[in-house]
Every structure is written in structure tokens, then in C-alpha cells.
Design a protein around this ligand. Structure first.
Ligand code: GDP
Ligand code: IMO
Ligand code: MG
Length: 438
């Protein structure tokens, strides 16, 4: 299998964990390249649902080497707990490699994340409060602490001293929070360093050697296209490059290594946190009434749309072809995996947004100004559903009800990308392969 980037094509939670777990068997390496434990990727293991936050979802296969690339931000305490959880489930983490260049999430990053959100009040982003933004801020400001700094206590202490002399006054005077001493952070982080040391590696070199040896890599994106720091609905985004381009900078492997880009799309759309969402079907508590509220509640209930990381209720809405086309372009999608098609079995008719209308103008492309996205009225095409037909046992395209087939073909036509995988349930085998293994 050639090397592939797998990305979220919407606002995250599209089912990247399920699809990574499904296709990882074909790859020699499975690599996370951005984000941190803001991600929550679900994989089913026997009768259990496992939530992976930092570990690449390919860890479920012993032959596939899981790699945490340089573009990821690592909370070492969280990673160690996740490894222990996996080991307790009988899943070995012994092959894990962690880039020495990855940045480390420090306690003050989490403090700043929470405090910034509080200060923003109504204008908050709705972050996961895992310290992601503040850690990437320090990386870009060249004040970050990297995994390799944990290897040398003297260097770690020196860097901490410098960084705390800047952070402590801000924590105390601006945010009214407690400050840190070098000693207390060392007490927590140096034992982490001892545990993680055997897994630390020069991962760019490792992956490039693997490519030369003819091995294949699956780059597992976290979050999604519309949460990308450059291409997303800024500032309601995360702080990393979630799009396919991030796979190269986040691992040190050149873009020419990538042969395919698989976009994961839900058959509808969800979003956690704040920010524009044109096709949202608001819940009653958010001001939705009548049919809108009914659709929102039904999608949430049938799709079990609750965050894996924070437990928050996910906002739900109809499929948005404008963002699907945009995601196809900014990622260079070669294939789409359409997930949760089974959830739409709950509806008589299904709506698809084909364009936006704003102040008398119709947009069938992603608008240049975000204010349009906030005020956009979706233009819908209505398609007949397959209400009440259980499709979770379908394993070929032809077994799907006619209207479900038409729905998939319609999405292919309006977004211009072949749907080569269809998921009809959370389990690995609840899947229709439709050309991915070509
Ligand atoms: P990720 O962050 O993109 O990996 O997605 P999450 O794991 O956060 O959310 C996707 C949820 O949908 C998880 O609970 C999955 O088990 C579940 N899921 C994935 N694919 C399907 C599907 O085709 N049908 C149904 N019903 N659930 C699915
Ligand atoms: P996976 O990989 C959905 C959202 C947060 C918030 C914004 C910024 O499971 O798809 P952050 O903590 O990153 O600074 O929060 O991004 N967000 C996600 N939403 N899925 C995710 O990951 C997300 N990771 C971050 O809700 O709106
Ligand atoms: Mg998720």
C-alpha cells in the first residue's frame, strides 16, 4: 500500500479513529503529525470502546509501528496513562517512537488555556482546555520545551528557569493564578522522562529510512480541515495544521512521499466548541425550534454525538457540500471515507447544503470573509431517505437501499471525490469497501 494521509474533512470527530484502525493493517508505520490530547479517536476493541488521545490508532496492530511526530504536542502524564490503559487491554505499546523534537505541554499551558477561555467570556473558543494553544504559542515564540530537553536534567532545569521567570509574573499578576517553582515541575516531569526515554527517537530519520526501504506510512490527522490554523474558521480553530500539508512538516518526511489523501467525512456534520456552522440544526437550549430542534436532537441521539475528550454534546447539522468541496481542495483529497451513514436511517428525507445565501448573493464556494459564514443561509437539496431500514449489516454497496446508494452518489457528484469507503457502524467490520483497496 502506498503512503497515505488520513484527515478530518469537517470540524473533527468524523470517525478518523475507526477508519485508521480499519486500514492500518496495510501500513508499516502509523504516525500522528499534529495536535495533542485535544484529539479523541475511538477504536473498538472486542466489546470495548477505547478512546485514544495521543497514541496513533494503528497501535492495535502489532506489526505497525506507532509514531508521535515532531508536530505533535505531548502531555507526558497523559501519554503514560494512555499507554498503561492500552497495556491493561493487552495492546502492546513497545514499538512506540516519540519524536525528540515534539513540544511538551507544561502545567502552565493548561492554566493559561483555562484562564484565557474564562477571560474571553462570551467570545470563548470552546477549547478542550488541554493546554494545546498555549503550548503551540510557546513553540512559535521559541520558548517551548521539547521532548529532548527532558533527556538532560541540567538543560531542562535551565530552560525551565528561563521560561518560569517569564510565565510566573503573568500567571500571578495578570491571571491571579498560582506560580511554579523549577523544583515542583522537575518533581513531576523528570519521572515522566525516565519512563518515556526508551521510546524517544529521531523519528524523521527513522521514517525516511523506512521510505527508502519501501515501507508504507499512514499519517493519521487529528481534528479537521475547518479547525486548521490556516484553513479553518479562524479564530474558532485549533492551533495546528490539521490539513494534509501538515503531515510533511509534522514528521520531516517530504510531501513527495504521499500518494493518497483520504478525507474522512460524516454523512452529516458535527462541531464541538464555538464558531460558525451554517447547516447547524440548533438544540432547543441553543434557540432551535420545531423541525430544526427535532433534527438536531435526533442526529445527536442516534449518532451518540458526545465528545470523546470532554464529554460535551456535539452540535449537529446536515451535510455541507460547500465545506466538503473546500476540504477536497485544500487537502488534495484523492478519496473520501463516508462515515455514520447508518445514522441517517432515522430520517424520512435528508437535506444537503449545496450553497450559501447571504445578502442576496449565492456562494457555492467557501466565502472569503468569515462574516458571510456566520450569516449564511444554507441552500438545501432534499433527497429521499431510507427511514427504518437497518443498514448496519450491509457489506457491499449493492446491499444498501436504493436511496442510500443515490445519497452517496449524489455526494460524490457534488464534491467531486470518489467515496471509496463507507462506514455503517462503529465496528471495524461495519464497513463497505468501495474501491479503497484498488
Ligand atoms: P474521530 O475523532 O474522528 O476519531 O471520531 P470520534 O471517535 O471522536 O467520533 C466518532 C464516533 O462515531 C465514535 O464514537 C465512533 O465509534 C463512531 N463511529 C465511527 N464510524 C461510525 C459509523 O459508521 N456509524 C456509527 N453509528 N458510529 C460510528
Ligand atoms: P478529533 O481528533 C473535535 C476543537 C475544540 C475547540 C477548538 C480549539 O477527535 O477530531 P483546542 O483545545 O484544540 O485549542 O480547541 O477545536 N477541537 C476538536 N473538535 N474533534 C477534535 O479532535 C478536536 N480537537 C479540538 O472543541 O472548538
Ligand atoms: Mg474525536
Amino acid at each position: 500500500m502506498p503512503s497515505t494521509v488520513l484527515i478530518g474533512a469537517q470540524w473533527g470527530d468524523e470517525g478518523k479513529g475507526k477508519v485508521t484502525d480499519l486500514i492500518a493493517r496495510e501500513y508499516d508505520y502509523v504516525v500522528r503529525y499534529q495536535g495533542g490530547n485535544n484529539a479523541g479517536h475511538t477504536v473498538i476493541h472486542g466489546d470495548k470502546k477505547l478512546a485514544l488521545h495521543l497514541m496513533p490508532s494503528g497501535v492495535m496492530y502489532e506489526h505497525a509501528v506507532p509514531v508521535i511526530g515532531n508536530g505533535v504536542v505531548v502531555d507526558p502524564g497523559v501519554l503514560i496513562k494512555e499507554m498503561a490503559m492500552l497495556e491493561a487491554e493487552g495492546i502492546s505499546c513497545k514499538n512506540l517512537k516519540i519524536s525528540c523534537d515534539a513540544h511538551v505541554i507544561m502545567p502552565y499551558h493548561k492554566d493559561f488555556d483555562g484562564a484565557d477561555e474564562k477571560r474571553l467570556g462570551e467570545n470563548k473558543i470552546g477549547t478542550t482546555k488541554r493546554g494545546i494553544g498555549p503550548c503551540y504559542q510557546d513553540k512559535v515564540a521559541r520558548k517551548g520545551i521539547r521532548i529532548q530537553d527532558l533527556l538532560d536534567e541540567k538543560i531542562f532545569r535551565l530552560k525551565l528557569e528561563a521560561v518560569l521567570s517569564q510565565k510566573n509574573p503573568i500567571l500571578e499578576k495578570i491571571y491571579g493564578l498560582h506560580t511554579y517553582t523549577v523544583e515542583e515541575i522537575c518533581e513531576e516531569y523528570l519521572p515522566y522522562a525516565r519512563i518515556l526515554k526508551p521510546y524517544m527517537a529521531e523519528t524523521a530519520q527513522l521514517l525516511n529510512e523506512a521510505v527508502r526501504a519501501g515501507k508504507s506510512i499512514l499519517f493519521e490527522g487529528a481534528q479537521g480541515t475547518l479547525l486548521d490554523i490556516d484553513h479553518g474558521t479562524y479564530p474558532y480553530v485549533t492551533s495546528s495544521s490539521c490539513c494534509a500539508g501538515g503531515a510533511a512538516t509534522g514528521t520531516g518526511v517530504g510531501p513527495t512521499v504521499i500518494d493518497r489523501v483520504l478525507g474522512i467525512q460524516k454523512a452529516y456534520v458535527t462541531r464541538v466548541g464555538e464558531g460558525p456552522f451554517p447547516t447547524e440544526q440548533r438544540f432547543p437550549e441553543d434557540g432551535g425550534e420545531g423541525e430544526e430542534a427535532e433534527v438536531g436532537e435526533l442526529l445527536c441521539k442516534v449518532g451518540h454525538e458526545f465528545g470523546v475528550t470532554t464529554g460535551r454534546k456535539r452540535r449537529c447539522g446536515w451535510f455541507d457540500a460547500v465545506i466538503a468541496r473546500y476540504a477536497a481542495e485544500v487537502n488534495g483529497l484523492t478519496d473520501v471515507a463516508l462515515t455514520k451513514l447508518d445514522v441517517l436511517s432515522a430520517f424520512d428525507t435528508i437535506k444537503v447544503c449545496t450553497a450559501y445565501e447571504c445578502e442576496g448573493k449565492v456562494y457555492d464556494y467557501f466565502p472569503m470573509q468569515q462574516s458571510v459564514l456566520f450569516h449564511a443561509k444554507p441552500v438545501y437539496e432534499e433527497l429521499p431517505g431510507w427511514k427504518g431500514v437497518d443498514i448496519t449489516e450491509c457489506r457491499t454497496f449493492e446491499e444498501l437501499p436504493e436511496n442510500a446508494q443515490r445519497y452517496v452518489e449524489y455526494l460524490e457528484k457534488i464534491t467531486g471525490v470518489p467515496v471509496s469507503i463507507i462506514a455503517v457502524g462503529p465496528d471495524r467490520d461495519q464497513t463497505i469497501m468501495r474501491g479503497w483497496d484498488r
